[in-house]
Design a protein around this ligand. Structure first.
Ligand code: NAD
Ligand code: DAU
Length: 375
């Protein structure tokens, strides 16, 4: 049985000139849709599923930016609601207003360094906010079939690996930063709602994403931005920490696959099978940016600066993605060398976007975070 939403034009008002009755088979609440991964998920779903209504609910924190969705904002199956997921009443109103049938939950405080400075903000959004959404989904959906609450999580919940081994879905949780502890708590809550209340949930835990629209507090866009500006490139510790990099659009297709075909109550790991040491990655970026800017070979690399390590810095993350590949047929499409080149090109082409997001508060954040001198 498909769900039909006839009330929608009432809320869309006259933004849609034709004001025809739209029949949507799903009304999906995408939380955090104005963030880095969220905008790619909305873009993919909006184009691929014209019969789904996508309700982007985002508080527009420093990390959320509607400029990320300029090409989607006029789509007839997209609406934006400024909403803080810790606002219980606001969440209830949005569920009621759009008859929300499904949730793809991405909204979170997502930067590890900020969680070290301000852990409580992470508990509030990532744990309480997730709890409020779960509770509202439970109230709105009761025991009716056909709904789904998809919780987007991270590989950081599994802790830190040595030089060998991979995180599987069976790996015990061992979060080590306030960020990963808050995401682990939210994962546990989501599973608790499945076991206790039979809420139809699914969870994915993904490795490091990269690509267009990532806020330049994260390593890759920070390094690209600093090379453009001829600023020092801060590498934490000795640079040997390893991350498994995934092209962000591949994460969006994995979310699409799991949303439609994932088994309720299950967890799926998503990864790029692209492990790189931070220092290797930074050197690759230096080479690509220098080439694209026509600067002499080696000029960016000279500015690499080893700085004091992140507190509790996890050594290595690496994902075993065989479950999603074997059971659901998803696989990453983009090799890191191509992905890194596309990423650099995007940032070089979109300098106004970079300028906007790095003005104001970003400067204060940057000065505070990197006030330490080189090691
Ligand atoms: P992001 O920081 O770029 O975006 C987060 C979005 O959530 C922003 O638009 C922000 O405005 C919004 N938000 C924050 N607090 C909110 C609140 N209280 N109410 C409503 N909206 C709020 O993050 P991202 O990198 O896009 O990550 C999205 C999700 O994916 C997160 O849950 C993160 O844990 C998870 N994840 C990220 C990665 C990665 O590499 N970036 C990897 C695996 C999992
Ligand atoms: O693994 C998934 C996670 O990946 C997501 O859950 C997080 O939301 C996302 O932020 C990311 O976390 P990381 O801490 O791995 O990403 P970040 O880009 O902050 O750092 C990547 C690596 O680079 C990490 O080992 C720390 C290091 N680093 C980072 C910064 C910002 C530096 O050496 N210098 C820097 O200036």
């Amino acid at each position: 049985m498909s769900l039909v939403f006839r009330n929608f034009p009432k809320y869309l008002g006259c933004r849609l000139k034709e004001c025809k009755v739209m029949e949507f088979t799903k009304a999906i609440l995408v939380t955090g849709g104005a963030g880095f991964i969220g905008n790619h998920v909305i873009r993919l779903f909006s184009k691929k599923y014209p019969n789904y209504l996508l309700v982007n609910a985002d508080a527009l924190t420093y990390a959320g930016n509607l400029e990320n969705l300029q090409d989607v904002e006029h789509a007839s199956n997209y609406v934006f609601e400024r909403l803080d997921i810790t606002d219980e009443k606001g969440v209830a109103e949005v569920f009621g207003k759009y008859e929300i049938s499904d949730v793809i939950h991405l909204a979170a405080e997502s930067h590890v360094d900020r969680s070290i400075e301000n852990p409580l903000e992470f508990l509030k959004t990532n744990v309480l906010g997730t709890g409020i959404l779960l509770n509202q989904a439970k109230k709105s959906w009761g025991n009716v079939n056909g709904h789904k609450f998809y919780h987007v999580s991270t590989d950081e919940v599994y802790g830190s690996l040595g030089s060998i081994g991979l995180f599987t879905e069976e790996t015990s949780y061992d979060p080590r930063s306030p960020y990963s502890a808050s995401k682990a708590s939210s994962d546990h809550l989501v599973r608790a709602y499945f076991h206790t209340f039979k809420l139809p949930i699914v969870i994915s835990n993904c490795s490091n994403n990269y690509g267009p629209y990532q806020f330049p507090e994260k390593l890759i866009p920070l390094v690209i931005n600093n090379i453009i500006k001829k600023k020092a490139l801060p590498v934490y510790g000795d640079g040997t920490n390893v991350r498994d990099w995934l092209w962000v659009e591949d994460h969006a297709t994995a979310i699409d696959t799991i949303f439609h075909h994932g088994k309720l109550g299950e967890t799926y790991n998503i990864g790029g099978e692209n492990e790189l040491q931070n220092i290797e990655l930074v050197r690759i970026l230096c080479k690509i940016v220098d080439e694209k800017l026509g600067r002499p070979k080696g000029s960016a690399e000279k500015t690499i600066t080893f700085v004091t390590d992140r507190k509790g810095h996890d050594q290595r993350y690496a994902i075993d993605a065989s479950k999603i590949i074997g059971e659901l047929g998803w696989k990453p499409s983009t090799q890191p060398i191509d992905g890194m080149a596309k990423t650099v090109e995007w940032y070089l082409k979109n300098t106004p976007w970079l300028e906007h997001v790095t003005s104001g508060d970003y400067q204060k954040y940057y000065e505070q975070q990197y006030k330490q001198s080189a090691k």
